[in-house]
Design a protein around this ligand. Structure first.
Ligand SMILES: [Fe+2]
Ligand SMILES: [Fe+2]
Length: 345
């Protein structure tokens, strides 16, 4: 291929081809779109054939892929530098679907996890804004409604996911579990339950600033890496500072790694100084992490996870919250309920 440049200064290596079908009608686009209009077609056009098709920000109209293909356009091109924005666009579109409220509890939970995790992916790539927060609030509503309709739906949280999506799935799982635990404690106020759902979804939002080599490291963290990891509660608190979220959600984000014996972070708070919503979500957080396959440990059974929490974290966790976790996980029909309930004794 000739090493030519385009009128926009694009080089071949700057460009990524995207299928025209990736663009959905009436969606806002915050990356420039280029098309090839010269003789070179396919995924590797000459940069000199590239023209700016739509500059950001724009709104994608209803131009049908079939019409574009008739004009010889089967792919668009974006700049390498816009790749993260493009990925967020895809994730946000995936998250635009709504949960089928007539579905089975298992189906609804899997839809909530799917939609929620795509939204979390957007948050991690582009940060929090009002648009994303609105959608997250809808997911929080879906979590509350699903568990109102069938509290046992919590059993269907899926904990086996591919590694790249871990943080996003984890956040949604923690949101669902936190609501189930709050309900098991007798909380029925819809605003409070929504706060638990949103707090669970957002508790790790500060990790978007944690370097990936630390976040995805498969072995134990070095002291210096651990210091970077420990910044995420405060970074998360900062990320929602100017958004309208309830105080309990801010508390959950900032204090979900505090421990009752003062060994937590960032403020080493003790016992009742830690807001209760944060203590509850912290238990859901630990349990979800232990029962999920990670690169550095294999998934533990629910029983193993609860035993580990009971014995290794004695004095660190809120005991009423721990009982609520067991109550949320057990029900009459569940074969291992007896075994789980025995852990409380
Ligand atoms: Fe965290
Ligand atoms: Fe977490």
């Amino acid at each position: 291929m000739a090493n030519t440049t385009s009128p926009f200064g694009l080089r071949e290596e700057d460009l990524i081809a995207i299928p025209v079908e990736a663009l959905k009608p009436n969606t806002p686009i915050n990356f420039d779109l280029y098309a090839s209009v010269g003789g070179s077609k396919g995924p590797n056009p000459r940069p000199s054939d590239i023209v700016l098709f739509a500059s950001a920000p724009s709104n994608w109209n209803n131009t049908e892929p079939a019409v574009l293909k008739k004009c010889g356009i089967s792919s668009f091109f974006i700049r390498q530098a816009d790749h993260a924005r493009y990925k967020s666009y895809l994730a946000f579109n995936s998250a635009q679907r709504s949960v089928d409220r007539n579905g089975t509890p298992e189906f609804r939970i899997s839809q909530i996890q799917d939609i929620g995790s795509h939204l979390m992916e957007v948050c991690f790539h582009t940060g929090m804004d009002h648009l994303v927060l609105d959608r997250l609030q809808t997911v929080a509503d879906d979590i509350v409604t699903c568990l109102e309709d069938d509290p046992r739906a919590v059993r269907h949280i899926q904990n086996l996911v591919d590694h790249d999506m871990y943080t996003y799935f984890h956040s949604t799982g923690v949101g669902i579990l936190s609501v189930a635990m709050a309900k098991a404690m007798g909380e029925n106020n819809a605003e409070v339950l929504r706060g638990f759902a949103l707090g669970g979804l957002l508790h790790d939002i500060g990790k978007r600033l944690t370097p990936l080599h630390v976040l995805n490291k498969s072995g134990p963290l070095l002291d210096s890496e651990w210091e970077l990891m420990k910044r995420h509660p405060e970074d998360g608190f900062e990320a929602v500072k100017n958004l309208e979220v309830p105080q309990m959600v801010r508390d959950i984000i900032l204090y979900h790694h505090e421990k009752r014996d003062g060994s937590g972070y960032p403020h080493r708070l003790t016992a009742d100084k830690i807001p209760l919503p944060a203590q509850l979500v912290s238990i859901a957080d630990i349990f979800n992490a232990l029962t999920t396959t990670r690169s550095y440990h294999k998934k533990r059974s629910r029983f193993e996870a609860l035993m580990l929490m009971k014995h290794d974290m004695n004095g660190k966790l809120w005991s009423d919250g721990f009982k609520a976790l067991i109550a949320a996980l057990t029900d009459g029909e569940n074969k291992d309920s007896e075994e789980l309930r025995a852990i409380c004794v």
